[in-house]
Design a protein around this ligand. Structure first.
Ligand code: M6R
Length: 609
């Protein structure tokens, strides 16, 4: 949700900033801008649309932008439509700023400043920060920033330039992520380390009420009273190649293909003697034994990984689980007891609602466990326990490999919970783990079906609506499948529990409407077939996902298209169903000429409510 970069060094700042913004573009991409110091002035350019437009503008104005120090921003609009005026940086004669987040009290602050004759030109909340800094600045940047951040309510990450401090960039944050990265003869401020991995993998995480000052050869982190703070340097273990396309046409396709490796990396350190073992994460059996109930809270795809988790934990470990959308959980006054465990799941570790749900549980002294992909993210830092997934950087806005590793952790966790609660013995647990270890290969087999999946996508490319039907665990996968298709190809699709359709929604089934029918759960198979017949009788076109074994039991007349999945134990089917959905969404998006890596209106990291 908006990407920020600041640079001070020996290279041309506009080039480094544009380069960094391209890496941050997944955080928002409706407009962009940059400010640099040039000849005692702050020069600013802005453009609507993608970073490439800003780059063209920069190339046209090369001479005026020669500089080694500057800040940049890629925007995901919250207040005010995408326009040049609303794009960042926002500036006054003294100061230029870029902002990520939402300033909730900006109207109140705006009114105060208008009374002091400040004139506002944009529809944004961010402009208030520039004007407020201008008001407070009297030659001491730290003092001015300190005064400003103490007046701001809401969420922010800021990068700031003062006209009379031409070698320096300043920054501060609350809720929204911000790091300081340390290079040789150059330093950076950024929303995440990906933006600058090409130059360095060393960085500091910044906390609320800390102010950063960087120049080419110095980095200071200060508290709001101006005292220096010592922090631990983090080393990112993601390399540059991990955040590049490496020959793939799109990040999404690359990341789908990386799933087998991502699962291996995530489960290997947590399997010992074919049994789940979370000592790697400092989580032992006694810890897991004490919970009577589990809440899984997350957003979007991460929440759907939680839905698979609920099914597994309840089935295998017999521990009751509630799954909640974080934005609902945080406001619904959930009934929590000291014997409950709150699990939050998040790729980015920065999702505002998920973070708030975590804080809510912590405020009630409920134990919290985070399953997170980004090391050092806010959620990872605040949870009591953390299981890091090793998907590597996920650049495509739609989640694929991050989902599959979250699901893999859910399997490990449910088997471990079953062991500690004596619902499985060691031999039974080992059987499960051995199957889990085969999942990377099974996914590779499914990825091999890509052409078949593409043909089906081509056949239904003109449809406006679609349904995904499943029961039990198959329904949990339908939720993710339908979200993928919606966000990537803009087809309106409904995931439905197959048995529920006849209670109203079946009225939407008309001639030729494609219905994806997931029928992989043996105990629910006959029921599922009856439900499929109900839609077939109303003219639907059926796209079956099932196994060769179950296919033999289906009457040919009710099958329009079919994708045959590897025969594996029912409970593991999500691993092979979801990659089919990801590829279906990918191919449909490409056929329909959609930007599959950056779907419209979305941002990768949702750091506002
Ligand atoms: O970073 P998080 O996992 O917390 O993000 C949660 C959702 O915003 C995310 O999964 C979103 O639904 C994606 N667009 C799914 O592809």
């Amino acid at each position: 949700m908006c990407g920020i970069i600041g640079y001070a060094g020996e290279l041309q700042a506009p080039d480094v900033i544009i380069d960094g913004l391209k890496k941050l573009e997944y955080r928002g991409y409706d407009s962009a801008g940059l400010s640099v110091f040039n000849n005692g002035e702050i020069k600013t350019i802005k453009s609507i649309g993608r970073i490439i437009n800003l780059e063209e503008l920069k190339n046209k104005n090369q001479d005026e932008l020669i500089s080694n120090v500057g800040i940049g921003h890629t925007r995901w609009a919250t207040h005010g439509k995408p326009s040049e005026k609303n794009a960042h940086p926002h500036f006054t004669d003294k100061v230029s700023i870029v902002h990520n987040g939402i300033i909730e009290n900006y109207l109140k602050l705006k009114k105060c400043l208008e009374e002091k004759n400040y004139v506002f030109e944009t529809e944004t909340d961010s402009e208030i920060v520039a004007k407020l800094l201008d008001y407070y600045y009297q030659g001491d940047p730290i003092q001015a920033i300190s005064k400003v951040i103490s007046r701001l309510e809401g969420a922010f990450a800021l990068a700031i330039m003062f006209k009379d401090q031409p070698q320096k960039i300043y920054g501060a944050r609350k809720e929204c992520p911000l790091i300081v990265a340390l290079g040789e003869n150059q330093n950076f401020i950024a929303s995440d380390i990906n933006a600058v991995l090409e130059y360095t993998n060393k960085y500091y995480n910044i906390d609320y009420q800390e102010i950063i000052e960087i120049s080419k050869d110095s980095v200071e982190i200060l508290d709001i009273d101006g005292n220096k703070i010592k922090k631990q340097i983090n080393i990112a273990n993601w390399n540059v190649a991990a955040a590049q396309k490496c020959g793939y046409e799109h990040f999404m396709l690359k990341e789908i293909n990386e799933q087998p490796q991502a699962i291996n990396s995530t489960i290997s350190p947590r399997i010992i003697d074919f049994l789940p073992d979370f000592n790697y994460d400092n989580i032992d059996s006694d810890y897991l034994k004490k919970f009577n109930k589990i809440f899984i809270v997350a957003c979007g795809t991460a929440m759907y990984a939680g839905m698979v988790g609920k099914d597994l934990i309840e089935k295998i470990a017999r521990v009751p689980v509630e799954v909640d959308v974080a934005s609902e959980f945080r406001y619904r006054d959930p009934i929590l007891t000291k014997q409950d465990l709150l699990i939050v799941i998040s790729q980015s570790g920065e999702t505002a609602d998920t973070l708030a749900a975590l804080r809510l549980a912590k405020s009630k002294q409920i134990e919290t466990l985070a399953i997170v992909n980004v090391v050092g993210s806010s959620i990872a830092r605040e949870a009591d326990k953390v299981i890091t997934t090793f998907a590597g950087p996920e650049i495509a806005v739609a989640s694929t490999k991050a989902y599959i590793v979250q699901v893999a952790v859910m399997y490990l966790l449910s088997i471990k919970l079953a062991l500690v609660n004596q619902k499985l013995d060691k031999n039974q647990a080992r059987e499960y783990i051995k199957i889990l270890m085969q999942m990377p290969e099974a996914i590779s087999d499914v990825i091999g079906l890509s052409d078949n999946i593409k043909n089906i996508a081509t056949k239904y490319q003109n449809t406006k609506d679609m349904f995904f039907l499943g029961r039990g665990l198959d329904f949990a996968t339908c939720l993710e499948g339908s979200l993928k298709l919606k966000e990537i190809s803009y087809i309106c699709c409904q995931p439905y529990q197959a048995g529920e359709l006849k209670h109203g929604t079946i009225s939407l089934i008309t001639d030729n409407i494609p219905v994806v029918c997931v029928a992989t759960q043996t105990n629910l198979f006959d029921k599922m077939i009856s439900n499929i017949k109900e839609v077939k009788a109303r003219g639907a076109k059926t796209i079956f996902l099932t196994t060769p074994e179950l296919e033999t039991k289906i009457e040919k007349e009710i099958i329009d298209d079919i994708i045959l999945l590897p025969c594996i134990k029912d409970i593991f089917m999500p691993f092979v169903i979801v990659p089919v959905f990801q590829l279906m969404a990918y191919h449909m998006g490409i056929i329909k000429d959609c930007d599959v890596d950056k779907p419209r209106n979305l941002a990768k990291s949702v750091t506002v409510e």
